[in-house]
Design a protein. Structure first.
Length: 147
């Protein structure tokens, strides 16, 4: 039997934080973590303290925080699933990329074209999704070595 944090084959699971605990997160995203072998939920971030409290108990998550605690809550996560309102997608995506965290963001990236282009496409993002200055090959090597 696999231990907590590893798959049946012994490989380390991808550790996800979820930011935004609205309807979509509660009915689709969070329940899906119970059915996947290669991922685990490690942090919840929301502006609603009641949702944070309720859902952290329901899913057994110790690392929870408000939007102001975002970067601190991302510590120990490999990736973040962004499920906040559309006008906040850009902000939380950039903050995660700046922290070196991989991002899975609900669409759209931003609500206005003029806000996503300059911010997202000028970041030195490699194919593995991080913003460090290095070759894609080097990044994949670092990423797979962590798994």
């Amino acid at each position: 039997m696999a231990g907590k944090g590893s798959t049946q084959s012994g490989q380390r699971k991808i550790r996800y934080a979820v930011v935004g605990l609205g309807h979509r997160a509660q009915v689709a995203v969070l329940p899906a973590f119970r059915q996947t072998e290669n991922s685990e939920l490690v942090a919840l971030i929301s502006g609603d303290a009641a949702k944070r409290n309720e859902l952290s108990h329901k899913y057994g998550i110790e690392r929870v925080g408000a939007y102001e605690d975002y970067e601190k809550c991302l510590e120990g996560a490999d990736a973040v699933y962004i499920v906040v309102p559309n006008d906040l997608h850009r902000e939380f995506t950039i903050r995660a990329l700046d922290a070196g965290i991989h991002v899975l963001c609900e669409k759209p990236m931003a609500v206005r074209k003029e806000t996503w282009g300059p911010a997202i496409f000028q970041l030195p993002v490699c194919a593995a999704g991080c913003t460090r200055q290095h070759s894609t090959r080097e990044c994949y090597s670092r990423w797979w070595a962590r798994l």
